[in-house]
Design a binder for this molecule. Structure first.
Ligand code: HEM
Length: 192
């Protein structure tokens, strides 16, 4: 389970981050400048290098908000209770399956201004993509997965450059990760 959650979730989010950066030249240039500044001729990176990637951090969080790799949380109730939805209390019996849509919550206009826009200045303190924080079902791999994606992007942008890409198409029909389909990074060459 940990293997599936970790690899599928992280690789899907990484794919979406690359897709987002393909679509936005200005953002990609900002991330590349940040990577170059952090790397700055060093042979090896300090431990705090990842913390210095503040733009990339926001890119990962905003991508995870708009394209959460885990779309739903699902729980079988072990006792009867009630959930509050809006003003209404909805009772449920023991054994009811409760589903929560992270995708929908992440685009809630009551929580996020212009929720469908990509915006790095948002407050991500209660982001639900890793199932929130401070309770037993919260994702224990949040920092690790963000760290992996940062390390990948650091090496990608430091060692390679891409000049052009094929058009990125998002496939909302499939309830899977929103990773670019058939993406080809053309002119993707090793930097000398
Ligand atoms: C290093 C990578 C990761 C590892 C090792 C990992 C591991 C786990 C584990 C063990 C759980 C179960 C926690 C529990 O039930 O107590 C979990 C839950 C969860 N993870 Fe991760 N995860 C990783 C990456 C991600 C990523 C990239 C995302 C999404 C951005 C994510 C989203 C979630 C969500 C939403 C849950 C709650 C699922 C549910 O309760 O139905 N995880 N993770």
């Amino acid at each position: 389970m940990i293997h599936i959650a970790g690899t599928a979730g992280t690789s899907a989010l990484l794919g979406s981050v690359i897709g987002v950066l393909c679509l936005d030249n200005a953002l990609r240039n900002d991330v590349m400048s940040e990577v170059n500044a952090v790397w700055n001729g060093k042979k090896t990176l300090d431990l705090d290098a990842l913390d210095q990637l503040t733009i990339l951090n926001q890119v990962i969080l905003e991508t995870a908000r708009l394209y959460p790799p885990v779309r739903f949380v699902s729980q079988l109730t072990t006792e009867a209770g009630e959930v509050e939805i809006g003003e209404q209390k909805c009772p449920f019996q023991k054994g009811t399956r409760l589903l929560g849509s992270i995708f929908t919550a992440n685009r809630d206009a009551n929580r996020y201004q212009n929720p469908d826009d990509f915006d790095l200045t948002r407050n991500f303190s209660d982001i639900l993509s890793w199932n929130g924080e401070g309770h037993e079902r919260a994702c224990p791999g949040k920092s690790l997965s963000i760290g992996f994606i940062k390390i990948f992007c650091l090496h990608l942008f430091h060692n390679y450059q891409w000049d052009s890409i094929t058009e990125v198409k998002w496939d909302f029909e499939k309830v899977t990760a929103v990773t670019p389909n058939n993406l080809v990074l053309q002119g993707f060459a090793q930097r000398l």
